[in-house]
Design a protein around this ligand. Sequence first.
Ligand SMILES: [Zn+2]
Length: 235
Amino acid sequence: MASLKQLLDLQHVDTALHQLQHRLTTLPERATLAAALVARDRIKKESLNISSQQKNAQRDIDLLEASNKQFESAIVKYAQQLKTIIAPREAEALQHEIAMASAERSANDDRELVLLETAEQFDRQLAELTFQIAVQETAIENANLALALVIAECEALRIDLEAKRTGCADAVDPQLLSLYNLKRGKRNAPVVADLHGVTCQSCHLDLSPVELSALKKLPTTELPECPNCDCLLAI
Ligand SMILES: [Zn+2]
């Protein structure tokens, strides 16, 4: 039975590298950053929506004020005409026009008051949303920093493991290494594992005493394999 101790060391390093890669793709810091970005964009969208409504309200206020200026000019004009008119019927008509213009102006004032209150409400909402955007920007900045830090940690770990891997691979018989690489390309589970008691550390199934005894009796030219998962067994 050939010794697979060095190959098992290599397998442990490769497993650690695989786990590191998995950790990198599922970092919680990445999810935190993504959540902060989504929250910031949602608030920005809401802010743009309120801002657009605010502009509409302001445009309506401007229109009402322009309209009122026209009514006021008309009232002044009618009032002056009234001074020069003698015929009662014409005076009555002008007074009617003045009353109509005054009523319209008054109605515009009421509408403008409502719009001003709405615009103030929009102002308050926009101030709150601006504050919330700033909070999210800080959260994004912190999440970016945390992510960069953990990625740097992983990278340092990866460099260590790669160096260790080179050492481990050098210690393995080249033929065995070729076999290992070939099997590694075909399976996700470990190529080589050891036994804890009678349990295979790849498939976590127990070997029977008969199976174990058969493996131990194998000649040195043959590689022991788990009868359940076909991985090589360093026993
Ligand atoms: Zn197994």
